[in-house]
Design a protein around this ligand. Structure first.
Ligand SMILES: Nc1nc2c(ncn2[C@@H]2O[C@H](COP(=O)(O)OP(=O)(O)OP(=O)(O)O)[C@@H](O)[C@H]2O)c(=O)[nH]1
Ligand SMILES: [Mg+2]
Length: 302
């Protein structure tokens, strides 16, 4: 199955939920806009963003004199793609390229690191994984297995070690061994635990003292099935440490694929990758147009 079909399959529940609520409305009356807004909210796009999208859609339909539901859905999709698209700042390539991966417990951080490592390795890059989750029993071993599976180098200490010290060791080793990409795992933490958030801040300070422009990417991993609380999580992480990108996992089998729109649209942070399954190949680049097509592609064709 190609990537787009897998994404479509992942978002099929979202799509059919939207279809069921919107039905086959052909007139753009109040009820059309209300059902559509209800469908967006039900798909986890969030109330604020849904209202703003509906307002803009209403204007588009009026000002362009759109008549058919196919045209209306076309306009809706364009608005959504625009909300999800960010100009990427020019970042000078660095070696090692350092990626720090953060997020609450169990969202898929370590698995995502394994999947990204596999894709870098497939491009011929030398990858290293750093075991910055020194908290959960078994976390270091779990990352080591991913390193073996993907042919990546591995740097870790022991359970209970200082995560910032692991990061420092990994940076040193990455430099000495001519590594292209260093990915650092971290322990899952609840965003409302201040001391754990401070620990992330410490990790970042230690990294910067070693390599001033690193980490080049700070990725927050979000579980799509979390619902609107994901937005709150992301806001707290962003305020505390400044995120550069998002990864949304577990989009397979959720009826709430709109969370991606809510996150990127409200926080103005690009989504880098999306997870649509547990396998090595189940991580894709996030392409706004494809994502929106997968959510709404079959609607409005009448
Ligand atoms: N269905 C599905 N499962 C996923 C996806 N990504 C990760 N998982 C599963 O989610 C579970 C947790 O993944 P981990 O990578 O261990 O999560 P984590 O964030 O590192 O967890 P902690 O280290 O405990 O905080 C595993 O069973 C993964 O296989 C995805 O895109 N889809
Ligand atoms: Mg983990």
């Amino acid at each position: 199955m190609n990537f787009f079909s897998r994404l479509k399959e992942g978002l099929s529940k979202t799509r059919s939920q939207i279809a069921a609520i919107v039905g086959l409305k052909t007139e753009f009356d109040e009820q059309f806009y209300e059902s559509l807004e209800e469908a967006l909210v039900a798909a986890d796009i969030g109330l604020g963003l849904s209202q703003s999208i509906i307002d803009r859609l209403r204007q588009e339909i009026r000002s362009r004199g759109l008549k058919t539901s196919a045209d209306a859905f076309g306009a809706l999709k364009k608005l959504l793609v625009a909300d999800l698209t960010f100009a990427s700042p020019a970042i000078a390539p660095a070696k090692p390229w350092v990626v720090l991966v953060v997020g609450v417990n169990g969202v898929g951080k370590t698995t995502t690191i394994g999947k990204i490592a596999a894709s870098f390795a497939a491009q011929g890059k030398k990858v290293m994984l750093g075991a910055g989750d020194t908290f959960r029993a078994g976390a270091i071993e779990q990352l080591r297995i991913w390193a073996d599976r993907t042919g990546s180098d591995f740097v870790g200490q022991h359970e209970g070690a200082d995560a910032a010290s692991v990061a420092f060791d990994a940076l040193e080793a990455a430099r000495n061994r001519n590594v292209d990409v260093l990915m650092l795992d971290t322990a899952g933490r609840l965003h409302n635990k201040v001391n754990l958030m401070n620990e992330l801040d410490k990790i970042i300070r230690v990294i910067r003292r070693h390599t001033p422009l690193a980490p080049h990417e700070i990725l927050l991993v979000i579980d799509a099935t979390t619902g609107q609380n994901a937005l709150r999580q992301a806001e707290v992480f962003h305020r505390a440490i400044g995120l550069t990108g998002l990864v949304i996992t577990k989009l397979d089998g959720t009826a709430r694929g709109g969370i991606a729109l809510a996150l990127a649209g409200e926080l103005k942070i690009p989504i880098r990758k999306i997870g649509v399954g547990e396998g090595l190949d189940d991580l894709q680049d996030f392409v706004p147009h494809d994502y929106v097509e997968a959510m709404f592609g079959d609607l409005g064709k009448s």
